[in-house]
Design a binder for this molecule. Structure first.
Ligand code: HSE
Length: 404
């Protein structure tokens, strides 16, 4: 029997218990042992819930119980999660977590402790909900030099963008719906400002490129400025708007990473990733393109990934599963140097002025928005774009990057 302790009985924690109860036969078979939920830790009481039998309020009970083999951290946030996880690893208990904030901030240290103790610190559910992308990067794409990861990494914002694009819904109303469906973070600012996607692209990039990408170094822009008019322009262009987390290796040793809304065209596989779904596009030098798609948020998809880690840890109780992530920092190029095409909405200027400054542009007009127009530039460095756009006499209403 393998005893686990679940820290936190919120959306994901209750999902973990539900998944283990629902699929216990196949889970035990795959793990090669019976997985027993010995404790659930939460500050709250849950009168009438069967979890009452294993509910504890004091972490010391779990930390001091040598029968606990695996600690499942699904509390979220940095503290007390970090202290609890570190203590569990130091006392020889493997840990799995869905906590992207914890992995993005303390991942290298926690992985080093696990490696030194010959146990595991796994975090499949921290990126892409139920999509097995971490395991794919760790175990499957090992023949490749990965040079791009681009993902729709936040279910809440993808749901919101989809509803705004297809139903013309208002920002606040769709955010409320996403919260009611259990997709959003406790504080949805982390979703709509891109902070959640930022931590996820930091984790995926660190695994893909084998160095630690500090999330604080990543340029991050959310979706709060996206308007129904921007969506109308996107539709007119045969495109849509998605919040993407993206990182690329340019040449031998240059990298960029960012989180921002992008105009995505119909030839991109990310164009059709709608609703709460997430997708992670990966390009490898020998593989070419691959895309991983699935449920990116919500109780059971996330719990499915957490329990998969429990099974993996049960199968490797005293053997560390290697990762390609080192604590050597990954340094990013400045945003000025990053190349791309830019969609710009302007007023108080003319097409002739825009063409004088930018040369070749694709112009787009909307009949219902007289007095302004949009254009898409050719590919150029962001620094060059900024120099040019300053030369326009008119006002820039908005700029959205184009995903190529
Ligand atoms: N709030 C997150 C999302 C949950 O919407 O994707 C899953 O990480």
């Amino acid at each position: 029997m393998i005893n686990i302790a679940v820290l936190g009985y919120g959306t994901v924690g209750s999902g973990v218990v539900e998944v283990i109860n629902t699929n216990h036969k196949s889970i035990n078979k795959r793990a090669g042992a019976e997985i027993n939920v010995k404790y659930v830790l939460d500050l709250r009481d849950f009168p009438g819930d069967p979890v009452e039998k294993v509910l504890v309020h004091d972490y010391e009970i779990i930390a001091n119980d040598p029968e606990v083999d695996i600690v499942v951290e699904v509390m979220g946030g940095i503290e007390p999660a970090y202290t609890f996880v570190k203590r569990a690893l130091e006392s020889g208990k493997s840990v799995c977590t869905s906590n992207k904030a914890l992995v993005a901030k303390h991942g290298p240290e926690l992985m080093e402790i696990a490696s030194a103790k010959n146990i595991n610190f796994l975090f499949e559910a921290s990126c892409g909900g139920g999509i097995p992308i971490i395991r794919a990067l760790n175990s499957s794409l090992t023949a490749d030099e990965i040079d791009e990861i681009t993902g729709i990494l936040n279910g809440t914002t993808n749901y919101m963008m989809y509803k705004m694009a297809t139903e013309g819904s208002e920002f606040d109303a769709v955010l409320k719906e996403a919260q009611q469906k259990g997709y959003a973070e406790a504080d949805p600012t982390a979703d709509v400002e891109g902070y959640d996607a930022c931590r996820k692209i930091a984790i995926l990039s660190s695994l893909a490129y084998g160095r630690f990408l500090n999330y604080e170094d990543i340029y991050t822009e959310g979706i709060t400025k996206i308007t129904p008019e921007d969506m109308e322009y996107a539709e007119e262009l045969g495109m849509t708007i998605k919040l993407l987390g993206t990182s690329r290796k340019i040449g031998d040793d240059s990298f960029y990473a960012m989180v921002a809304p992008f105009l995505v065209g119909q030839t991109s596989p990310l164009y059709s990733v709608n609703d709460v779904f997430n997708a992670v596009f990966v390009h490898g030098n020998v593989l070419g393109d691959a895309m991983f798609y699935g449920s990116g948020a919500g109780k059971l998809p996330t719990a499915s990934a957490v329990v998969a880690d429990v099974v993996d840890e049960a199968k490797h109780l005293h053997r560390n599963i290697m990762t390609n992530w080192s604590s050597r920092p990954l340094k990013l190029m400045t945003m000025d140097e990053v190349e791309g095409r830019f969609f710009v909405r302007v007023k108080g200027t003319t097409v002739e002025q825009v063409e004088t400054v930018f040369d070749n542009v694709q112009i787009v007009n909307l009949k219902n928005l007289p007095g302004e127009f949009g254009f898409i530039t050719e590919c150029m460095k962001q620094g060059t774009y900024e120099e040019k756009v300053h030369k326009l006499n008119g006002n820039v209403i908005t700029m959205i990057r184009v995903k190529d």
